[in-house]
Design a protein around this ligand. Structure first.
Ligand code: R5P
Length: 300
């Protein structure tokens, strides 16, 4: 049987090449460009007929990435691909998971409905599951979340002396507790009040608990960086040590990385679900197994 064809969307080439090697796949050639009017031209230069297709697209800029993704997946299906799966190391639109004010779109559900019509299966890394407890609650396709707490914990254990892990808010508890177990380190969770996109305040930590440790802030996403910056301020106040910041997804909206660096944190380390200079933790090995399993399902 022909090996699976792995098509990287623009910007995902390096990640996709490593994943293709890890799952015994073959990189699919794809031509994509913008027409002068802004529409997208797509051509699959590798024939997907009868083959398993994996599209690799991290959704850091989802609004501009989903139409090209739809065109690639649809083209593969029309050309007779056996199945089309999506590996989205970062899965967007998970945070607006409820209606907080009348009239709001619950985009986590709408986006899941869109992707469920677009591909046959989905694998992602540590999606922001909060009020939506599991991907199956919103995705109608086989949707798998892999967790990289072990990889993050191993990085912390190898790189930080005497760490204490700190979750900046209640939502981070699920990540920080698992990462702390993997790092064999203690942890605590602070409380966050968010009044706006960039207006965040974090509760004061118990300085006795963090004394004699290096604080390591752990979260799933760094977007504006305000959560990390506010938490870092609280930890470093009163003569505390500046924290190391560790996150799964290096979203970093405009200027956020520089602002976080300038806030005096000791180090910033992220996984490579989104390519970024702060990447220090590789998730490809953790993704390879579940992708192989999904591909093997088709072969049965
Ligand atoms: C939200 O609850 C997430 O877990 C992160 O804490 C949040 O997305 C970080 O956002 P920002 O960097 O904009 O403060």
């Amino acid at each position: 049987m022909a090996p699976p064809l792995v098509f990287p969307l623009p910007g995902n080439q390096v990640f996709a090449e490593r994943l293709a090697v890890a799952v015994d796949g073959e990189i699919g050639e794809l031509a994509m460009r913008d027409f002068p009017d802004g529409e997208t031209y797509v051509r699959l230069e590798s024939d997907p007929t009868g083959r398993e297709v994996v599209v690799v697209a991290t959704l850091r800029h989802p609004n501009e990435q989903v139409l090209p993704l739809l065109f690639v997946a649809d083209a593969a299906r029309q050309m007779g691909a056996a199945r089309v799966g999506l590996v989205a190391p970062y899965l967007a639109y998970m945070r607006q998971d409820a209606q907080f004010h009348p009239g709001e779109a619950v985009t986590a559900r709408s986006f899941a409905a869109f992707l469920s019509r677009t591909v046959d299966w989905l694998i992602t890394v540590d999606p922001h599951l909060h009020r939506v407890a599991k991907l199956d609650d919103v995705y109608s396709i086989a949707a798998t979340a892999i967790h990289v707490a072990a990889e993050m914990g191993a990085w912390i254990a190898a790189n930080v002396a005497s760490p204490i892990l700190v979750g900046p808010d209640e939502e981070s508890r699920q990540w920080v507790s698992n990462v702390a177990a993997a790092a064999k380190a203690p942890y605590l969770v602070l409380a966050k009040a968010r009044r706006g996109d960039t207006d965040v305040s974090i509760s004061e930590p118990d300085q006795r608990a963090v004394a004699d440790h290096t604080p390591v802030l752990v979260d799933d996403i760094i977007s504006t960086g305000q959560t990390m910056i506010s938490a870092a301020r609280q930890l470093a106040g009163d003569g505390g040590r500046p924290p190391v910041c560790v996150a799964v997804h290096a979203v970093f909206s405009l200027g956020a990385y520089l602002a976080l660096e300038a806030s005096g944190v000791a180090k910033i380390a992220t996984t490579n679900t989104i390519a970024h200079p702060s990447n220090a933790i590789d998730v490809v090995p953790a993704l390879a197994g579940p992708v192989r399993e999904q591909l093997a399902r088709a072969a049965r």
